[in-house]
Design a protein around this ligand. Structure first.
Ligand code: URA
Length: 173
């Protein structure tokens, strides 16, 4: 399916990290810096995401970071349904190849796309979901935390929960 975002983007931002990662982190779509570098989460939100990942004792190299849409929406608007639909096969293939133990969905675009349903972040966050057998947690997008630092506390609880689940699952290995 041809996607209009392909016409305006500079780089296709596939994703970065460990192709065998236990944790797959999914954002919304590339911004200006990501489009320029061809890598996800390298702008301001990305710097905060790096801190979040490191706060729970992972590194960016250990996890895999991807987005719902791989091309930057103009003016950083939210991706449209047709753009999400056109790009979803890439994400599905990534999930199939990486086979992560856990998915962390950042923001409503990610969680709504995965579960084909409109959510309220306040309701869905921090609750374990099941994405085709993969335990999945949703939390706030780092851009939301930059706009509203009060959300950092809940996000911290959510990612600590993810770390706990990961440690429990991998305790005897
Ligand atoms: N926001 C996202 O959702 N993804 C990026 O790659 C950068 C910012």
């Amino acid at each position: 399916m041809a996607c209009p975002l392909g016409k305006t983007r500079r780089n296709f931002v596939f994703g970065t990290g460990n192709p065998n990662a236990d944790i797959l982190i999914i954002g919304e779509g590339p911004g200006a810096e990501e489009d320029a570098q061809g890598k996800p989460f390298v702008g301001r939100s990305g710097q905060l995401l790096t801190k979040i990942i490191e706060a729970i004792k992972f590194t960016r190299d250990e996890v895999f970071i991807a987005n719902i849409v791989k091309c930057r929406p103009p003016e950083n608007r939210r991706p449209e349904v047709n753009e999400i639909d056109a790009c979803e096969p890439y994400l599905k293939r990534q999930i199939d190849l990486i086979k992560p133990q856990f998915i962390l969905a950042l923001g409503l675009t990610a969680v709504d796309t995965l579960f084909k349903k409109k959510h309220k972040m306040g309701d869905i966050r921090g609750k374990l979901q099941n994405y085709h057998g993969i335990p999945t947690l949703a939390t706030y997008h780092p851009a939301a935390l930059l706009r509203n630092p009060n959300l950092k506390r809940d996000t911290w609880e959510d990612v600590k929960f993810l770390r706990r689940l990961y440690d429990e699952k991998n305790a005897n290995q």
